[in-house]
Design a binder for this molecule. Structure first.
Ligand code: SAH
Length: 389
């Protein structure tokens, strides 16, 4: 089956962006169905690319290759192996093995948690091939089991229902123990945890926090989830770490994770971060370190303005709550908010606080979450480490 690309869209192909939108397709032959392999050709009949078709999505074709090659088991195995090989130096027992478009496997996420893999199929073409992919992963890595967590909102845009369950091998235990950066341990619930269970994308930044903070610090870890940054802050000698999250179940696991690393009786606050920070401000509480790692405030372009207000509010309160010399680690994981825009919002918050600050580091996801240069959408997580005067 073939689709013909509009002549004026040839640039997308030159740039090797992996998404071909519906408006870029002039016509197609045959009757390609969701998930079918389709060859993209130019108006003058030249081969351009081959990919997976979805008539229900604005992303009509997700390109797998720009070479005229067969998409068979050998192709998938080559792509999977390449991505997996690139993670070989990563010592963590939990890591992202396949980062979708950024690893040239559009719509496929695979995370490793110890002896188990968790797979997320975010596009219909991948969804249809998930058993084939699971079987190849089995051959490559021999995990104890491969569990599917395809319940992300992104599936709706592809016309897909959520799908979860064991794909191969054994069902994972209720909690899997992982080791991050050599000596930090965590329990991960791959059944109900966010994403595939854990925020693997903050692994390096958690280590950085431990490196830059001073012993005896009072730390406020907002949007704490299962205590990732809290564990590192205690390990780095914090006097107290206040972990705030609206999810009781996340905080229960945070408590277990803190205990697993030898930290008991730590303050855990179930509540809305906006309210908690406002209360702290009224009470005149102050902190030496504040971590702001909120969920995605903008899921679409329409939500960007509202998201920016949210980012500004929490960053303003953080600047107001910091002791002199205090550190702010602040993030946005909204793909629709660029690093530049995020920085402007943090600057606006600083201005309103009347304080001065320096950026010590610009923060990103670690190297197991690469960004394909051809795919700027891959840069979703951005952050700043600031120090106030
Ligand atoms: N920093 C964490 C990940 C944070 S994910 C880590 O390293 O693991 C975002 C978290 O924010 C989720 O746990 C979610 O439950 C929580 N959350 C979302 N909105 C919130 C709000 N308004 N107040 C408090 N917590 C919120």
């Amino acid at each position: 089956m073939q689709a013909v690309l509009h002549n004026k869209r040839l640039k997308t192909i030159d740039r090797r962006h992996p998404w071909v939108f519906s408006r870029a397709i002039r016509r197609f032959t045959g009757n390609p169905k969701a998930g079918d392999l389709v060859t993209l050709i130019s108006e003058d009949d030249r081969f351009l690319a081959r990919g997976l078709w979805n008539p229900k999505s604005a992303i009509r074709l997700r390109v797998l290759t720009w070479d005229d090659e067969p998409i068979d088991d050998a192709f998938w195995a080559r792509r999977l192996r390449k991505a997996i090989d690139r993670r070989q130096l990563n010592p963590n027992t939990a890591k992202r093995l396949i980062h979708a478009e950024n690893d040239y496997l559009p719509g496929l996420i695979v995370d490793q948690y110890g002896d188990f893999l968790v797979l997320q199929a975010l596009a219909v073409g991948i969804d249809e091939r998930k058993h084939q992919i699971a079987s190849l992963l089995d051959e490559l890595l021999q995990p104890e089991g491969i569990y599917e967590r395809s319940d992300s909102d992104a599936r709706q845009r592809e016309g897909l229902e959520p799908s979860v369950g064991v794909l191969r091998g054994k069902a994972p235990p209720q909690k899997i123990k992982i080791t991050e950066n050599l000596d930090h341990q965590f329990w991960v619930n791959v059944y109900n945890g966010h994403k595939t269970g854990f925020y693997l994308d903050q692994a390096e930044n958690r280590l950085l926090l431990a490196d830059v903070m001073s012993e005896g610090a009072r730390v406020l870890n907002t949007f704490a989830y299962t205590g990732g940054f809290s564990v590192y802050a205690y390990a780095a000698g914090a006097e107290a770490v206040y972990s705030v999250d609206s999810s009781e179940s996340a905080l229960n696991l945070a408590e277990e994770n803190l205990a697993l690393n030898g930290f008991d009786d730590t303050p855990l606050l179930a509540g809305d971060v906006f309210d908690v920070m406002r209360d702290y401000r009224e009470l005149g509480e102050t902190f030496d370190v504040i971590i702001l790692d909120p969920p995605k405030f903008a899921s679409s372009q329409k939500q960007v303005n509202m998201a920016l207000r949210g980012y500004k509010d929490i960053n303003l309160m953080a600047f107001q709550l910091l002791n002199p010399g205090g550190l702010l680690m602040t993030y946005s994981c909204s793909g629709n908010v660029s690093a530049d825009l995020f920085r402007k919002v943090v600057f606006g918050a600083l201005e309103d606080s009347g304080r001065e600050a320096q950026i010590l580091r610009q923060l990103h996801a670690p190297s197991d979450h690469p960004i394909a240069l051809t795919f700027p959408e891959g840069e979703y997580l951005k952050g700043l480490l600031c120090q106030v005067d």
